[in-house]
Design a binder for this molecule. Structure first.
Ligand code: TYD
Length: 235
């Protein structure tokens, strides 16, 4: 983006002018236990160190309404829910987040980091749940009025590694990952989810980057930073 002063609008934001990552919408996604929350934390530090203003959101949730929807989706309250109702609730949470938080942030030149987005619906309710990609894309278009991330980072690990990682953790994750309603699904469900993420990387090569998320967190972090810097032309 040009550093010239513009007469009106958010382009005057210094944030936008100084860094190629300013005002971008970046999603981290992948199977449960792929390490995206840790890596998002690392990337937050990266942005802070460079003076890039950002906001981070999680899905489902990120707003009061979205957190209520999350409670239905990820607890016993959602038992017996049809996969299509589930897909629409994820989208409802997303619509609220997009209009309440994401669009205003981007309009102000703030970088937006999202822990999951439509890529998760395509993988979980689509590839694993059986809903056609075209139906999910059409619903996402309606829910977000066509707001797509500039870049979606997919962190890829095998399901066996993901399970090992999540059961090893002695923190809150022990009662979280693989234990809420969604994560109690059989191993082959998660395998389909993983394949769903991989096939999105093939399908949308212009806006997705696949990262090998095996190995130490600092090694994975370097891979992610390199991919993002290359994508946005950060010098
Ligand atoms: P969460 O506890 O936030 O897990 P994680 O830390 O792995 O993101 O739970 C979110 C769960 O919701 C996760 O299992 C994936 C699922 N999900 C979908 O099935 N569809 C979606 O569109 C989204 C956003 C999440």
């Amino acid at each position: 983006m040009s550093t010239e002063k513009k007469p009106t609008g958010h382009q005057q934001e210094p944030n936008r002018a100084v860094h190629p990552l300013a005002g971008k919408f970046i999603v981290f996604d992948g199977v449960d236990g792929c390490g995206k929350s840790t890596q998002l934390g690392e990337f937050e530090k990266y942005l802070s160190d460079r003076g890039v203003t950002y906001r981070r959101f999680r899905e489902p949730g990120g707003t009061a309404i979205g957190e209520d929807i999350r409670n239905i989706l990820l607890t016993k309250r959602g038992e017996g829910m049809h996969i299509r109702a589930e897909m629409l609730l994820y989208m409802a949470s997303r619509a609220q987040l997009v209009y309440q938080e994401i669009r205003p942030a981007l309009a102000a030149g703030v970088t937006v980091l999202a822990d999951r987005y439509t890529s998760s619906t395509l993988a979980y309710q689509g590839s694993a749940g059986g809903i056609a990609t075209a139906d999910i894309l059409a619903t996402a278009r309606a829910a977000t009025e066509n707001l797509w991330p500039d870049l979606t980072i997919i962190l890829d690990i095998t399901i066996a590694t993901a399970r090992q990682r999540t059961t090893k953790k002695g923190d809150i994750h022990q009662t979280g990952l693989f234990e809420d309603r969604i994560e109690q699904r059989p191993a082959n469900f998660h395998q389909h989810v993983r394949e769903g993420f991989l096939s999105q990387c093939d399908q949308f090569p212009d806006t997705y980057r696949l990262i090998d998320a095996t190995g130490k967190p600092e090694v994975v972090r370097k891979r992610i930073f390199a991919a993002i810097e290359k994508f946005f032309g950060v010098k």
